[in-house]
Design a protein around this ligand. Sequence first.
Ligand code: ZN
Length: 253
Amino acid sequence: MIDMEGKRVELTSENYYSQEANEQFFSVSQYKDFMKCESMAMAKIRGEYQQPMTRALLVGSFVDAYFEGTLPQFMERNPEIFTRKNELKSEFRKANEIIARVTADPVFSQFMGGEKQRIMTFELFNAPWKMKMDSYLKGICIADLKVVANFKSLPLWRYDLQGAVYQAGVEAVTGEQLPFYLAVASKERVVDLDIFQIPQTTLNLAMDEIGFSIGHYIEVKAGLTPPKACGRCDYCKSVKQARIRNYNELLEG
Ligand SMILES: [Zn+2]
């Protein structure tokens, strides 16, 4: 991804998720990978490990694809969303119901009505970052679409980190500090929907946290410090060797 003059090549929707782009740039999801397990994050960057696509992730991607205007291509790429009778499986009928519900809502539509999938690259804490916005309303706000089991699980996903980076990215590129919103719909029996603003104080704390951790991750990513293995994640399990252990370890939680 670095050309002969040592400059970074421009990211497009075609190369945004490429291995080269992941080697070259940090992203919020890569940062979260490092938080979870440094060995897993590095294996992903090297292209040796991919997060398996779960049905729940696929439902979110289905709704994302609708808003991107790429639903036909998504359906072609993921034939497993159809039954043998060529009908949508129940989760994806739910996804269709969510789409119908949120597009009929004027406030939700307003927040999702910005520029779609706008890519920006920028420097943050002496590292290059990339980001891709679901809905960018220039001069107004940044909104990101989330399809969740229910609202209560939202903070567990640490969307404050995403908000902090996206706000900093827009500010680095345009000079404007914009508020960050989550446009959230639930997969509950009756779809719930709301727009959540992540308060500036919360974004600031998240940014402090990133500033505290990123130096170490930069060193690991550059190969200057060996990655730490968590020993518990799917990646660690997939490459481990059996150990001889004390049965009573299991009682200690
Ligand atoms: Zn691990």
